[in-house]
Design a protein. Sequence first.
Length: 664
Amino acid sequence: MEGIDHLADERNKAQFDVGAMKIVWAGSRRAFEVSDRISKLVAADPGFHKDNRPMLGRNELFKNTLRKAAYAWKRIIELHLSEEEAAKLRFYVDEPAYTDLHWGMFVPAIKGQGTEEQQQKWLPLAYKMQIIGCYAQTELGHGSNVQGLETTATFDPQTDEFVIHSPTLTSSKWWPGGLGKVSTHGVIYARLITDGRDHGVHGFIVQLRSLEDHSPLPGITVGDIGMKFGNGAYNTMDNGVLRFDHVRIPRDQMLMRVSQVTREGKYMQSDVPRQLVYGTMVYVRQTIVADASCALSRAVCIATRYSAVRRQFGSQNGGPESQVIDYKTQQNRLFPLLASAYAFRFVGEWLKWLYTDVTQRLQANDFSTLPEAHACTAGLKSVTTTATADGIEECRKLCGGHGYLCTSGLPELFAVYVPACTYEGDNIVLLLQVARFLMKTVSQLGSGKKPVGTTSYMGQIEHLMQCRSNVQRAEDWLKPSAILEAFESRAARMSVACAQNLTKFTNPEEGFAELSADLVEAAVAHCQLIIVSKFIEKLLQDIPGKGVREQLEALCNIYALFLLHKHQGDFLSTGCITAKQASLANDQLRSLYSQVRPNAIALVDAFNYTDHFLGSILGCYDGNVYPKLYEAAWKDPLNDSVVPEGYHEYIRPLLKQNLRTARL
Ligand SMILES: Cc1cc2nc3c(=O)[nH]c(=O)nc-3n(C[C@H](O)[C@H](O)[C@H](O)COP(=O)(O)OP(=O)(O)OC[C@H]3O[C@@H](n4cnc5c(N)ncnc54)[C@H](O)[C@@H]3O)c2cc1C
């Protein structure tokens, strides 16, 4: 029935002020208001309606994406939206498009790596979308190993130009989003060669297509790399292939903030340090962590609402069956994901602060925190995206059979999300970078160099190597100090054990390769500690609203204790806790699930997602799932006719065959 809220009873059970929680989730009242206004604006506009993406052929799908992106831009101009509002609008339109790369990679690359002059020339064009840009680093033969890229940019002193060339098949650019069919320009990464010398990989702004008729410029071969995982999903994006045949660009199109080539062809490093480029990386990875909390919260919202609607077994005296959300196994799978969504939200918020801090320090020529900031953003990108990709799939399973339907929204969300584990740095490769940083930190512990930022806990290494948890009762695990001590000593001991094992190798690089699986685990332990500690720090802030703090405390404890339970092996083998204490943590976890249960629906309502954005029948706000599922089925193109196309060709002859020899 229209208008009835089938989840009203659930909402009435909530023991906290949902409105206040919405503001905590958004970050501030202002952020909430912007987000709320823009999401409703998008949801109400038929121009942004979500078409049946999984049903569309590639050409139709892509054209629709172009239409929506152009329409979004039109609305942004008409409504005079600020940069922040425009970004929110693109987010709520919820369709991967070339604009993601234009705004998310092309513009930041020019800002981070271009000189003042270059920024003044290119950014106004990009801001007005008079040029559209992509970020072309990866090649067919190399992605993670950036130093292995093969595209060349050779300086020609006679004409004052660079000659961009793809010398081999494997040097073809491969993957850049927005490149395949749309971008007019790209920041292209190529090996800089002057006077026969190779100076390694540098960025160049290269025009790819005519601004008059969109045809590729001479010497450029460009196209789409083909269908990707899932129907609809990321296939709205034109990931591209690109080859250069001695394409000439003016010298001033090399991004020259960090290093330059003079008119005479001399290669020079500017006094701006190379690490500056890390600032852009910190920025991009911070947005990826924020996206992880969005994607996970979306999946969790769908699975939580549906788990309250869905009933299986347990009917007594002809009464209703049990809601599946009341099964402890369901809670044990769902609530840690709910807690993770909040945890990632807060660590993302902190990363935003970190980016501002790093930027301010860079401006003051203070590079001391940069390696630590770089390692921690790399690690957090890896850990949050892996957990989110796994979490979305878990949410699909939590919704049983109906979760597999495209109308649940989960298959597409999963297909769109999973490449986040690969792009902007393969998650394992990133963890190995974190591990390298941790090994360096451990090796310097005796030297008087104090570990900074997220590694400062290593400063108390002596205590962390021998401390024993004093948890005696399940409730003791609710103390932040007990949780922090266990996570810090686990992380420190795993790092120190790796460092000690490394000393057994005469060749450190060989040792690193041999121990890389252990090193990755140590890096994960370190990153999980960061997320737990940032959640705990969040709780030290002023948190207004009835019952809001209590809910967040419960979620923080669920997040930490679930990790402790899942990684019990680490905690036990490093001797941080005893088997008895591990079992007490599990008891506490169960009681926390009971505490969260009545608040579960309100906790996902606090994400404030519109039905349009969720794009899921199972997750719809009013919980009126079955009539909507039933109605949607009839809209499938297969149901356009009662007797399917192909009946006369393939079904009828089969049914009417008269095989004398047929035997089964
Ligand atoms: C949807 C999508 C969008 C993308 N968009 C862009 C874009 O806009 N621009 C762009 O330039 N690129 C883009 N990429 C490319 C992306 O950045 C690369 O795919 C990514 O960096 C991973 O590199 P790779 O493909 O070379 O993986 P590989 O490095 O080949 O990884 C293969 C396997 O090897 C492992 N491995 C690799 N090196 C090591 C090591 N040292 N130690 C241990 N294990 C290792 C990895 O963990 C992985 O399991 C995109 C990719 C995808 C999927």
